[in-house]
Design a protein around this ligand. Structure first.
Ligand code: ATP
Ligand code: MG
Ligand code: MG
Length: 388
């Protein structure tokens, strides 16, 4: 479908599913990452794959010399290196734009950017990792207070919910003992967490997927229900508009995940944005007319964007999170899923299993929400509980 070769910085499940989408369209994809048998490389055989760090400028340059378009499956990349590659390989397009990644990968800069563009946000403030600064911020934003690392955060690793000032020392230690820049957010007692996937084309047009509900357990995404179970169509339209408007403020083509909070009074605020395929968009593979992975490829290759509509009445994605170094408990859930109508199992092929690691997911589709619940129940019954 395109003669352009796509280079990807990254190794994990998002790259793996991107590779599957590329293979359906016979698009060549080349990965740069440290391990030879990374989940992403397993899904696409190529003699062009590069072993090495995707933070290593020389390796990124080597990748750039083999491809037409560079993209990422993770925002925690070295943007200065991407800028250098942009200068040394002017013919290679980089999507999402390095400037977009630079803003988004620092959550505080991201919030300032969204604030400047009048996107709805909860209150946030800069804070130093010192007891005095944290106390000052609690006087402005109250307790509990959400303290967050500005950079390198994922799966809630980088967040500390400060319930009392007596925990300040614990918070500073948990968040890197002062070595990592922090900021603070007002704690928002949301009623639901929502996500909208938005795809932005090279010409700057945006299209949104339906709004979904994400349910987190221990800060990690547990379930994603698509569509959002509500009769309030105005609410859905509102969430989709907020997400599209936010994505319009960033440069460059890509798929974006816009995480939001729905508050008790119906207000919606943006939590954070990811400039890449997103866990809460996995459901699109089975439940939508075009998957988030396919549309990411279409966007960065300037191909027509595919329909983002649901093609089933109800769907849910269940993350399979490791509970120990054994895959056995996860295999039990997968075995059960083999017996459930409408279930699609995705295992990521990770070499090791660890407590808290995303090892796979299952998407269920169903003709009604009631039927969806009936199909989900037996899987939840055998889902292992995380180690404490
Ligand atoms: P991800 O894996 O989505 O990238 P992350 O490490 O970037 O996660 P956040 O999305 O900032 O972390 O926060 C993780 C979860 O913590 C949110 O999904 C939400 O449940 C909760 N949370 C974050 N910020 C707030 C807040 N200001 N008020 C209340 N809860 C919050
Ligand atoms: Mg995040
Ligand atoms: Mg998040």
């Amino acid at each position: 479908m395109s003669d352009q070769i796509v280079g990807v910085l990254g190794r994990g499940q998002l790259g793996r599913m991107l590779a599957s989408a590329a293979s359906l369209l016979d698009i060549q994809i080349v990965f740069l990452n440290v391990s030879e048998d990374a989940p992403a490389k397993q899904a696409f055989a190529s003699s062009k794959h590069i072993d090495g760090s995707f933070k290593d400028l020389q390796k990124i340059s080597e990748l750039a010399s083999k491809v037409d378009v560079l993209t990422v499956e993770i925002e925690h990349v070295d943007v200065d290196a991407l800028d250098a590659v942009k200068r040394s390989h002017p013919g290679v397009k980089i999507y999402p734009a390095p400037e977009t990644i630079r803003i988004i990968q620092d959550k505080f800069l991201q919030k300032e950017h969204l604030n400047k563009h009048s996107c709805p946000l909860g209150e946030f403030m800069s804070v130093d990792p010192t007891p005095g600064s944290i106390k000052f911020v609690t006087e402005k934003l109250g307790l509990p207070l959400m303290l967050k690392s500005r950079t390198q955060a994922y799966d809630g690793r980088g967040n500390f919910l400060l319930r009392s000032l007596s925990d300040t020392g614990k918070a500073i230690e948990a968040l890197g003992s002062g070595s990592r820049p922090l900021y603070a957010e007002k704690y928002l007692p949301f009623t639901k967490e929502l996500t909208v996937m938005v795809v932005r084309s090279t010409s700057g047009e945006v299209a949104s997927y339906p709004v979904v509900e994400t349910v987190h357990k221990d800060n990690i995404c547990h379930l994603v229900f698509a569509p959002l179970r509500t009769t309030d169509t105005a609410l859905c339209k509102h969430a989709e508009t907020i997400a599209r408007n936010a994505v319009k403020t960033f440069e460059g083509a890509s798929i974006f995940g816009v995480e939001m909070f729905l508050l008790e009074d119906g207000t919606i605020t943006i939590n954070e944005i990811a400039p890449r395929p997103h866990n809460s968009g996995h459901y699109t593979i089975e439940a939508c007319e075009t998957s988030q992975y396919s549309n990411h490829l279409r966007s960065i290759l300037s191909l027509p964007i595919g329909s983002t509509s649901l093609k089933v009445p109800a769907s849910v994605m269940l993350n399979l999170i490791g509970v120990s170094d054994s895959m056995e408990p996860i295999k039990v859930v997968c075995s059960k899923a083999l017996e459930v109508a409408g279930a699609s199992i995705h295992l990521y092929g990770k070499k090791d299993c660890r407590n808290g690691w995303k090892m796979g997911h299952i998407t269920l589709v169903a003709p009604s929400d009631t039927e969806l619940r009936d199909r989900l129940r037996p899987l939840l019954q055998v889902l292992p509980s995380p180690e404490s």
